[in-house]
Design a protein around this ligand. Structure first.
Ligand code: ADP
Length: 652
């Protein structure tokens, strides 16, 4: 009988539930019904595997029984039930402990918005009962066990767990041999909140219709109804009868409150946006409406219904390895896998949803499922469907698409990069980059359409942020010529571009690449070569001064106002060097750096003079220029102290 303490995290969550100003308290009913349905699913699935359970699908139900007088609401299912250990485990601790981890990290203990978000994101399920109840009692009896247990709690200060004398449902004369009864002792009404409403027939009907209509087992309620009393025929000639009020009697009946048709089996024309949204939110525990709903039915060699959603915000753990992708897999309405990863490629891992196909065998194991041809065929078609829907959104709802891309674009870029770029065809048109000329996100197709007649390449510049990239000296000349440049600011960008290599036959070219092909005339090229020849010794001396910091020092025509810049030779760019070296076990990769001196800048004259007159000065200038180039690239300099000393020396 001793009171046990909740696990620390559960206690906090409970506190949150009890004190929550969450306005949708009514969702507690949906959560409890859905738990009942899950428990029935488990038992039904078992009965399919094992012919000897003697259970048929028609036996199942979830009963919602209000007791208005005593302010009690009962939810009784005849599903799998829980053993004592399971009750301890499931009701005394919280399954999604990640939620509080997250909350701790976000450091928003007092922030009610964050609380609400958490309720939304994790669908705290069972604990939501405490939003409307002072006390919650759970009586459960596991299938095949014959022993019932009772769990009770009045909130955060603990719970009791004891053997129970009665079976689930017994207290209202409906004993179940297996299953769970949840008894809610509703809170007192306050001026703002009428908890009594949850014992009213009308409210319960409405809530079940709104949130739990698709539940595939009957959700029932015992209701009182009136009917005229049928009187036995009386003696002839008694004409008083005609004028008498008909008499009514009260009788009780068990009504089914839900239609039981899963939403994905309904016709699109029968469903409103609201239906989809509220289904999504309750099923996938998201507080926000989805950004996109994809409802599709396919008949033919493979037959399936699919209802897919693209969230409008990434789940809190989306970009961590804890996130598990997958779609719910049903076979003719029976859940066979909660998260089937093989239905969805990694680059679309943000998609949530349900696939229901009669072609899949119920008794299939997970390992077999992986190799199932039908499943592969479905996955292939879904992938195409998702792509096309996204392209459609890109065309018709640009703002929505941009919001989508900000959420999940990174995942698409990873998709281009992984598997040796073999998904490039699938993904390249979904990509977007910030454009130097448009000042917003653009697609590769749009870039291509705007390319100048003489422009051979798709130019891009990489760096730590749009503002920084926009100021890169290497972009000056290109901008002058009116060429558009794509800004790549995500770590994965340049790696992905290496996999893309080209788009529609147009090669990608970094603004830092050796040969930018700015369309110089032959004469200009010749003059350039001559100038390089004249400065050969100077450049060689500078290279000597810098040692293996650079692989070359050369003149450049890509700059306009800046004296110097750093570029790279070979496959690894400066940005890639940063990314690779930042990885936990990243190899010590070095980009092959080239220090470029602006051939048209007066700094060249200064350097030439120093070379002739004062070698020490040349050394000092060279080092300072190199460090400047590093800083502009957003890289750190090896020796900031000596950099400052050199500059001070020059000022004297
Ligand atoms: P979730 O359903 O999201 O896992 P809940 O807090 O709602 O989280 O429930 C925790 C666990 O308690 C469930 O996963 C399930 O194992 C168990 N549970 C809850 N309600 C029932 C029920 N009616 N019958 C059997 N088990 C249940």
């Amino acid at each position: 009988m001793a009171k046990k303490q909740f696990q620390a995290e559960s206690k906090k969550l409970l506190d949150m539930m009890i004190n929550s100003i969450y306005t949708h308290k009514e969702i507690f009913l949906r959560e409890l019904i859905s738990n009942g349905s899950d428990a029935i699913d488990k038992l039904y699935y078992r009965s399919l595997e094992d012919q000897n359970t003697g259970i048929s699908r028609d036996d199942f139900s979830i009963q919602v029984e209000p007791d208005k007088e005593n302010r009690i609401l009962r939810i009784i299912d005849n599903g799998m039930g829980m053993s004592r250990d399971e009750m301890e485990e499931n009701l005394g601790t919280i399954a999604h402990s990640g939620s509080l981890e997250f909350k701790k990290n976000s450091g928003s203990e007092k922030d009610t918005d964050a609380d609400i978000d958490i309720i939304g994101q994790f669908g705290v399920g069972f604990y939501s009962a405490f939003m409307v109840s002072d006390k919650v009692v759970v009586i459960s009896r596991q299938f095949g066990s014959g022993a019932s247990y009772q769990w009770a709690s009045e909130g955060a200060d603990g719970y009791t767990l004891d053997p129970s004398d009665s079976q689930p449902g017994e207290d209202i004369g409906k004993p179940q041999d297996h299953g769970t009864e949840i008894i809610l002792y509703l809170k007192e009404d306050t001026p703002d909140e009428k908890y009594t409403t949850y014992t009213e027939e009308y409210t319960i009907r409405q809530l079940v219709k709104r949130y739990s209509d698709y539940i595939r087992y009957p959700v029932t309620m015992t209701v009182e109804k009136q009917r005229p009393v049928e009187k036995p025929e009386e003696n002839e000639g008694d004409d008083d009868d005609e004028n008498k009020e008909p008499e009514y009697e009260t009788y009780v009946e068990v009504d089914v409150l839900n239609s039981m048709v899963p939403i994905w089996k309904k016709k699109k024309s029968e469903l409103s946006k609201d239906d989809y949204n509220s289904f999504y939110k309750s099923k996938f525990m998201d507080f926000n409406d989805p950004a996109k709903v994809i409802h599709t039915s396919v008949e033919g060699v493979t037959t399936y219904d699919a209802l897919l959603f693209i969230p409008s915000r990434p789940p809190y753990d989306y970009y961590t390895k804890e996130y598990e992708k997958g779609l719910q897999l049903y076979s003719s309405g029976v859940l066979i896998m909660e998260k089937c990863p093989d239905l969805i490629p990694d680059y679309f891992s943000f998609v949530k949803g349900i696939v229901d196909s009669p072609d899949l065998s119920l008794n299939i194991s997970r390992e077999m499922l992986q190799h199932d041809r039908q499943l592969k065929a479905i996955a292939k078609r879904l992938e195409k469907k998702i792509k096309n829907e996204l392209l459609d959104m890109q065309k018709k709802q640009r703002e929505d698409y941009e919001a989508f891309f900000k959420n999940f674009g990174l995942q698409l870029k990873f998709g281009v990069y992984t598997d040796f770029g073999q998904n490039k065809e699938m993904l390249q048109d979904l990509l977007m980059y910030y454009s130097s000329t448009e000042k917003k996100l653009v697609t590769l197709k749009e870039y291509e359409e705007r390319m100048k007649d003489d422009q051979k390449y798709i130019y891009y510049a990489a760096g730590a942020g749009i503002d920084k990239v926009d100021k890169l000296p290497q972009t000056e000349q290109l901008k002058d010529k009116g060429y558009e440049i794509l800004y790549m600011t995500d770590d994965v960008d340049e790696f992905a571009v290496q996999m893309l290599r080209e788009y529609d036959g147009k090669e990608f070219k970094s603004v830092s690449a050796e040969d930018l092909d700015l369309g110089e005339s032959d004469e200009e090229k010749k003059a350039g070569e001559k100038q390089a020849e004249e400065n050969k010794d100077l450049l060689a001396e500078m290279k000597e001064i810098l040692g293996d910091k650079v692989s070359e020092v050369r003149l450049t025509h890509r700059l306009k106002s800046h004296p110097v810049c750093l570029t790279t030779k070979g496959a690894v760019s400066m940005e890639m060097e940063k990314v690779l070296n930042a990885m936990p076990n990243g190899a010590d990769v070095k980009a092959e750096r080239v220090l470029e001196i602006n051939a048209g800048h007066e700094i060249l004259g200064t350097l030439q003079k120093a070379q002739k007159e004062d070698k020490e000065k040349l050394a000092s200038y060279t080092k300072v220029l190199y460090d400047q180039a590093l800083l502009i690239e957003g890289l750190s300099i090896d020796d900031p102290v000596s950099f400052c000393t050199e500059i001070c020396k020059m000022m004297k």
